[in-house]
Structures are given as structure tokens and as C-alpha cells.
Design a protein around this ligand. Structure first.
Ligand SMILES: NC(=O)c1ccc[n+]([C@@H]2O[C@H](COP(=O)([O-])OP(=O)(O)OC[C@H]3O[C@@H](n4cnc5c(N)ncnc54)[C@H](O)[C@@H]3O)[C@@H](O)[C@H]2O)c1
Length: 276
């Protein structure tokens, strides 16, 4: 049997910071089980740049999403597109497995989960830059009474934030930890769109979107972005915290979010899933 043919064919949709990292890691981490058979980005310079870093001898740049779907068993979605829903639906309707990075676009994504189940395809959503999704999923089988995400960021992380500007919060006057926002998840993702992926992942895992409270704070003492999750329910109480460094090639993204995506793929390819 030709071993190459039995490998899972991966198509990279979006060759920016995250798509590029994942594509390169498939070679270094998952070479036995998978290979990248296609790259597609609406900006061709991005896919051309990424192709130079990949070791495949054939040209794997695809000229359209349809072409990418045709050569892939699994799509890695890493786009920042307004129509991400449409792209993900297209993959599911083409019976392709898919890893979704733009989970924030699916905060009300139950219909996408149902579609994946109906089509019998695998939909992968990594934990990202937070800890505890394994336990939250288990806890969600019982009653969750309280669930809070507290995100702490350095002051410079809010310099361009429209909500902070509209509220006339003077960041230079802040001397100790100050809560900038405390409210429901729906309002939080509108005011702090950078937080949307983390909030949506917790919302989907817990099934408790309406109870999810988001607190966002800053302080001159905060040097890195951190996410603290507290859940109380029938199972007891959970408290987790991550303090994240940024990804070396993208200061907008936590390094742990990228590592989490690569580990999710690795487990999927190897068929061994550790944790809930
Ligand atoms: N789940 C998580 O933990 C997590 C963490 C960080 C970022 N993200 C999300 O991952 C996504 C990618 O992030 P990034 O930092 O790599 O962004 P990026 O801007 O570096 O790259 C996105 C790429 O998508 C391309 N693109 C846009 N629309 C497209 C389309 N319709 N078809 C093909 N390509 C298209 C762009 O040209 C760009 O190259 C974003 O939605 C981001 O919010 C998720």
C-alpha cells in the first residue's frame, strides 16, 4: 500500500499567522499521519509565502476554496473573514472534517454543531488560550449555577478599544486593578471583540451562555494577558488560570492558542484523545 495515500490530506484555509504555524507543525509534529495538500488564501501573496516554508515538492497553492476542498479530507479554518459561517458550512456540506479557529463567529453556533452531526463529519474546536474546557464539558452534564471568565490585560492592550474610549476611561490614570467591564457575554463580545474566541469556546463547552459573566480588567501591574475561569455547579467548584505569552509571529494571538490547535490536530490524527 502506498503510505502517502493513507495519510490525511489537510487543506489550509487562511495562510495568516495561525494557518501558517499550523501548516508548518503538521510536517514537524504529524508527518506520519497527515500532510498538507492545499493552501488557499484570498491574498495569494500569503499562500505563496507559506508554500516556501513547506517541504512539499508539488505546488500545493490552490486558486479557489472549491479547489482546496477537492484535495482535502480535513480543512483547517484560520481566516478572519466576514463570511466564515458560509465557508464552514461549505466544508461540512462537502463532507470534510474541519478544525475551526474563528470560534468567536460561532457563539450562537449550535446549528453548525447539528449540521456536522447530521453529515457525520468531525468538527474540532481547540481549547485555545484557556484551561478547564475538559472539566467544563463534564460539568455541563450536570447543572452549572455560576460561570465567570475574568480576563486581565496590560493597559496598552486597551489603547485602541472603542468601548474604553466611548466610556471616557482615562487609561493613564489607572494605578491599581480596575474593572473595565462586568456583564453578559453578548455585550462583552461587542465591546471587546478581541475576547470573542475565548468567550465563545466557554459558552459552547458549558451550554450556559446566558449565565456566562465576563469581567475585564487592567492594571499597570499586569504584564501579560491572563484568563481566569470560575465555575460552580452540581460537580463542585472549578478555578483555572492561564497567563499567556504572545505567539512569536503574531502579537495579537496567545502562543497557547496556537499550541492548543496543533495538539487538537495531533490527537485527531493519532486517534488518541487524552482528557474529556
Ligand atoms: N480559537 C482561538 O483560540 C483563536 C486564537 C487566536 C485567533 N483566533 C482566530 O483565528 C483566525 C485567524 O487568526 P490569524 O491571527 O491567523 O489571522 P491573520 O489575519 O493573520 O490571517 C487570516 C488570513 O485569512 C485570510 N482570509 C481572509 N478572508 C479569507 C477568505 N474568505 N478566504 C481565504 N482566506 C481568507 C487573510 O488574507 C489572512 O491571510 C481569526 O478569526 C482569529 O480571531 C482564534
Amino acid at each position: 500500500m502506498n503510505r502517502i495515500k493513507s495519510k490525511i490530506r489537510v487543506g489550509i484555509l487562511g495562510c495568516g499567522a495561525i494557518g501558517s504555524r499550523i501548516a508548518r507543525s503538521i510536517k514537524s509534529e504529524c508527518d506520519e499521519q497527515a500532510w498538507v495538500t492545499g493552501l488557499f488564501d484570498i491574498n495569494p501573496a500569503k499562500s505563496e509565502r507559506l508554500a516556501k516554508f513547506l517541504p512539499y515538492s508539488k505546488n500545493i497553492i490552490r486558486n479557489s476554496y472549491q479547489e482546496l476542498l477537492a484535495v482535502s479530507d480535513l480543512i483547517v479554518e484560520a481566516v478572519n473573514a466576514p463570511d466564515t459561517h458560509v465557508l464552514v458550512r461549505q466544508a461540512l456540506l462537502s463532507n470534510k472534517d474541519i478544525l475551526i479557529m474563528s470560534v468567536g463567529k460561532f457563539i450562537d453556533g449550535e446549528s453548525i454543531l447539528r449540521l456536522a452531526q447530521k453529515r457525520g463529519v468531525r468538527l474540532l474546536i481547540p481549547s485555545g488560550a484557556i484551561a478547564g474546557i475538559d472539566a467544563i464539558k463534564a460539568a455541563a452534564l450536570g447543572k452549572i449555577t455560576q460561570i465567570t471568565l475574568t480576563t486581565r490585560k496590560p493597559i496598552y492592550g486597551f489603547a485602541d478599544n472603542a468601548y474604553v474610549q466611548a466610556k471616557r476611561i482615562n487609561l493613564s490614570h489607572i494605578k491599581k486593578e480596575t474593572i473595565l467591564f462586568d456583564g453578559k457575554v453578548r455585550e462583552a463580545v461587542k465591546c471587546f471583540p478581541q475576547n470573542i474566541n475565548v468567550a465563545a469556546t466557554i459558552a459552547l463547552a458549558s451550554g450556559a451562555k446566558d449565565r456566562l459573566r465576563i469581567r475585564i480588567s487592567t492594571s499597570p501591574e499586569f504584564k501579560v494577558n491572563s484568563h481566569e475561569i470560575e465555575v460552580i455547579g452540581e460537580f463542585g467548584r472549578l478555578l483555572t488560570k492561564t497567563e499567556n505569552v504572545v505567539c512569536p509571529d503574531n502579537p495579537k494571538t496567545s502562543y497557547l492558542a496556537v499550541l492548543s490547535a496543533i495538539q487538537t490536530l495531533k490527537q485527531f490524527f493519532q486517534g488518541v484523545k487524552l482528557g474529556t
